[in-house]
Ligand binder design. Structure first.
Ligand SMILES: [Zn+2]
Length: 481
């Protein structure tokens, strides 16, 4: 007889689904794909006008930009490849700029780099950029639309729905992973409903249009999802609001989703302390796309965006379908998001391991052990020259993915076995509390955990600096030197 979890979900079915999620997560959690080391925005004020019927978007933006080098003469940002700039001023002066088409990247298939020369007389700091642009997104199919698809983009504007995030570079994108404040005013046809990054502060109607204002601090992306059919299910549990947006999901699935979000967020809060949620709200948005990035989708501060089409398809095959592992992974990113550049493995390692901890604590030990077995099996399948965690690049396909998510998770589990639950979770909490407002890399991770692990730091360096799979094993047990 097939085992049942606490939720009555056949465990074997859940396992299969979970491992499908894991590989699709590669696309969601990207940091720093574009590196603009010299200039970064501190705030965006965007007025956005969208005409879904004609797929057109026009944007008036004001950005405060921090220059790392005050003598800098030019800086660059990325914008969608087909957009046209009507106006670009720096500190009130018209600025010269040039475009260069970027080579398509896996999650940034159509972008151009805009290089702006700072006008001679505009040396006042900080730099304030005014920009106006408009256009239609290049028509690129959603992820998973057909076999051997080369380029994919979930961002879209059409008469059925809107989804916008950094992948299209619909707003001037400098370095993804950098944090900034957002003030967004969005105008849509009157029958449309929307959800955006941050907290909704205002909504009004004018003629045949509906306007809404959204604000967020220390965010990492500017996300818009809209559709005439979008519905909001709103719940308040303890101090946290849970908002689920969807168009046609069954009530029973929404109820299960809310319970999972609540249980997982409560667990992580008890283990790590509170995280910053814009407006004290967790938003789970089921974007009404047909396909798109799989699993639980993408995570941004306080916000998860999941494909409703894929969810409906999974529910059709299995009425007990659960997104638990994927949701827990994305919710864990509400805490684990301060690794930057090469240090992005820190985000993925902790989010992945904590999603398994959530399954262990909320569902069953069996599922947790099964996850560890999969982590071991995949990590041991790595080639001997797979890069160590300490230098594993941010991009690079399956091998680097396994190192960043699963080898890293096994490292954390090894620490936990060595020092016990209580000490392990205390160090995790201290690590989060110490660094969550910074951006850090491997050196900061190493120094902090070396100090905390004391005499056992030898295992840390073994894990961080070894090529290939699990450093030393006998059977399934991890052994020390
Ligand atoms: Zn992730």
């Amino acid at each position: 007889m097939m085992n049942q979890s606490k939720h009555g979900i056949p465990i074997r079915t859940k396992r299969i689904k979970r491992w499908i999620f894991f590989f699709s997560l590669y696309f969601f959690c990207l940091f720093c794909a574009f590196s603009s080391e010299l200039a970064n925005p501190k705030s965006y004020f965007l007025k956005v006008w969208i005409e879904p019927e004609s797929s057109e978007i026009s944007v008036q933006g004001k950005l405060n930009i921090h220059l790392k080098d005050p003598l800098l003469e030019k800086f660059h940002f990325n914008l969608h490849g087909t957009f046209q700039i009507n106006k670009l001023k720096i500190n009130g002066l018209t600025a010269e700029y040039i475009h260069k088409k970027n080579n398509p990247q896996s999650v940034y298939p159509c972008t151009k780099q805009t290089t702006v020369r700072l006008p001679e007389k505009s040396k006042a700091k900080p730099v304030r950029m005014e920009i106006e642009y408009h256009g239609k997104l290049e028509n690129i199919p959603e992820f998973g639309s057909y076999k051997d698809q080369k380029w994919a983009l979930d961002d879209q504007i059409n008469s059925r729905m809107i989804e916008l995030a950094n992948y299209s570079c619909w707003y001037p994108l400098f370095t993804f992973g950098n944090r900034f404040d957002i003030n967004l005013e969005l105008s849509l046809p009157i029958s449309w409903k929307c959800v955006c990054s941050g907290e909704k502060t205002k909504r009004w109607k004018e003629g045949q249009r509906v306007f809404s204002c959204w604000s967020s601090v220390k965010d990492t992306d500017i996300v818009i999802v809209a559709s005439p059919q979008l519905k909001l299910e709103s719940y308040r549990v303890d101090d946290v609001n849970i908002h689920v947006y969807h168009t046609q999901l069954p009530e029973s699935f929404i109820a299960k989703d809310i319970k999972q979000i609540q249980q997982t967020a409560n667990l992580f809060t008890s283990l790590l302390g509170k995280t910053v949620l814009p407006g004290g709200t967790v938003k789970h948005v089921f974007s009404p796309k047909q396909k798109g990035q799989g699993g639980a989708g993408i995570a941004r501060p306080g916000m998860i965006v999941t494909s409703e089409g894929l969810t409906l398809k999974s529910l059709k095959k299995d009425p007990d379908y659960s997104l638990f592992h994927g949701i827990a992974h994305e919710i864990a990113h509400f805490w684990w998001s301060f690794g930057a550049g090469q240090g992005d493995w820190i985000n993925e390692t902790f989010a992945e391991y904590f999603s398994s901890v959530a399954e262990q604590r909320i569902i069953s030990e069996e599922i947790f052990q099964n996850n560890l077995n999969k982590y071991r099996s995949l990590t041991n399948s790595l080639p001997e020259n797979a890069p160590p965690l300490s230098i594993v690049p941010f991009e690079g396909g399956r091998v680097n993915y396994i190192v960043r998510y699963y080898k890293g998770s096994l490292m954390l589990d090894c620490f936990r076995q060595q020092i016990g639950d209580s000490a392990f979770f205390k160090i995790c909490r201290d690590f989060y509390q110490t660094f969550h407002e910074d951006l850090i890399g491997t050196p900061e991770f190493r120094a902090f955990w070396e100090m905390k692990l004391g005499k056992k730091k030898v295992i840390l360096n073994k894990w961080l600096d070894s090529d290939g799979g699990v450093p030393i094993t006998i059977g399934n047990r991890l052994m020390l030197l």
